[in-house]
Design a protein around this ligand. Sequence first.
Ligand SMILES: Nc1ncnc2c1ncn2[C@@H]1O[C@H](COP(=O)(O)OP(=O)(O)OP(=O)(O)O)[C@@H](O)[C@H]1O
Length: 723
Amino acid sequence: MVREVYSAYASNCGLLWAGKERMMTEVHDAGREAPITFACSSSSSRYLCHLIIFLLLVSVSAQPGDVDDDVDDKSTDHLSDAKSSSEALFNFKSSLSTSSPKGQQVLGSWAPSTSPCTGNNANWLGVICFEGDVWGLQLENLDLSGAIDIDSLLPLHFLRTLSFMNNNFKGAMPDWNKLGALKSLYLSNNSFSGQIPDDAFKGMSYLKKLYLSDNQFTGNIPTSLATSCPRLFELRLENNKFTGSLPDFPLDVLKLLNVSNNQLEGPIPPSLSLMDPTTFAGNKGMCGKPLESTCSSPSPEANTTPNSLNSTVNGQSGDIIKKSPSVPSRVMLIVAVCLVVLCLAIVLILIIHRRSRNSNQDNPQLTSRVVESNNIDADQNTLSSAPDVIMSGNPTYPRHANNNSNNIKAGDALTAAATVVGKLSFVRDDRPRFDLQDLLRASAEVLGSGNLGSSYKALLMDGQAVVVKRFKQMNHVAKEDFHEHMRRLGRLSHPNLLPLVAYYYRKEEKLLVYDYASNGSLASHLHGNHSRLDWSSRLKIIKGVAKALTYLHNELPSLALPHGHLKSSNVLLDKYYNPLLMDYTLVPLVNLSQVQHLLVAYKAPEYAQLGRITKKTDVWSLGILILETLTGKLPTNYLALSTGYGTELASWVDTIIKDNESAFDKEMDVTTKDSQGQIQKLFNIGVACCQEDLDTRWDLKEALESIQALNDKDDADHQIVGV
Ligand SMILES: Nc1ncnc2c1ncn2[C@@H]1O[C@H](COP(=O)(O)OP(=O)(O)OP(=O)(O)O)[C@@H](O)[C@H]1O
């Protein structure tokens, strides 16, 4: 590799020496879209320039790979072709057996006459494709058994995700180290057994999600999970027979952990002390925070400070300390580190410089083009000023946006800030296809801007209306992860969920395309000027919301926050006033540093007080939504871009509870005593969902059952007023 790097350097130097006074060269970083240009203007800086370029090439080539690596390496790595993929999968198939008709149907679809993938579409069932390559296998609930033949999967160079959940695999854990590029591995609900070797995950530095729950594993949890998987953020080990103590996972990486119902013992490492207690439930020997049982003699581990924690977890740094390197090698190490830091600083400065130049060029164009074509208030309708609408604390809710003054060409709004080139990816088969150009040519209306981005309604040539939401703060998601998440959203289907239709991905640009909901949002009806909803419509809406929320919780059990952003502007209404939830399941996509500022769930009391998010956090949002729907009052500061559980919101809930009946929205037009009783009951449910104390707060199941038990006594007179 060093030789390749050096020859790249030498060829660049050829370029350098070609010019006498001013020398220019370009270093291409695989992860970048445009080359970085260096200018070495004088001979005195020549040597420094060469050094920097050489070091840059070294650092670029030697990078272990960041989140985008395995996508970007596609352009250089041509190993995977359709033929070898088919062969590999055929070999793999021969190691499996199944007696279930569904299993036979799935494996039977692996026909040699077709290739497994065409673009992002799979021709074989259970195969996940990405740009023509096999990217994953999802063979779940198929009664599969046999010995998982890892060797047969080795030719699938782009394989990143494997799921064999809910099957009948038995015996020892296969050696996954051979598939070191895997990002997710799901093996829950099988009959794997025995001890997992401590180094079982040593070669899996890309692993992000590992599900081993509901098997019969014994022995210690392998420490390689903590020391060799720096990206691991979901780990499910519950319902096994693991013994011993928990390894010390690095701080701030692991977001979802479940080790409940094992035979673990000893203190919970401080890095995990903020997790929900249910994470550790059913392990009699465990002690320390967040459990109530204190450890009798605190182990040295439990007293470890966060800083020392990092160093003990990081096996590499531990090795360096143990080996006590000699003085010259220490000096060389320090010099090398300094040089790398210097290079990184230079690269960073160049990137920032380039970006600020781009945005200086782009933004004025964006602003002027949108404003010119709109001729409307810039504060409300340009993308760059979007957050102001919310920051004011007084968001305005037009009944629903069909105001002609908002009409623009979608392309004007969408292409201005970034180049929108490429293809739309569709996530469901039941929709007429259109391409990005159709979307950009469509006439569009600005619907509004929120914390997460701006939304436009686009009317396509065939009369189809769709909404394009352009997201900010999603720039840290790797391309493959984004695709996987979109496919996951595309598989969701519920009458009260606004379906995601398609999406567009570029590193700096994310667009999600949804169906258009013709009756605007619940927020616009509750807080807009010209509309009101009667009681039975409100009850129908809350029932639908609770059902959709429960569906999300059932379908996405691995996520701590299956919705995460439930609020009245994200409850849309179709032409029959059925509710449709939107902006669901976005937590994994939003930049981590922004998630607590942008998503409603992070304003829940448990996050502000304990830094904790649980399944009940979505219930808290449901409670607020119920109280808002019954009172017609906009929760104070609820939608503002801010962190934490503002005291204003706490006192909003208190005031609403104190006011009780007098707080009910008069617009509900309630006449009968029966309805009044039902309203009071729904109000009480809302209060039960808004409890600050997590133990007293209802769970979603209880809330749904109670909401569904409510009757609409006014049904006979039911009509929507003021539409
Ligand atoms: N598919 C849709 N059909 C009809 N109206 C929509 C649709 N999507 C969004 N809207 C409306 O467009 C407006 C802007 O929505 P957007 O989702 O961009 O922001 P928000 O919901 O106010 O805030 P956030 O970005 O935090 O979710 C809102 O009033 C919303 O109800």
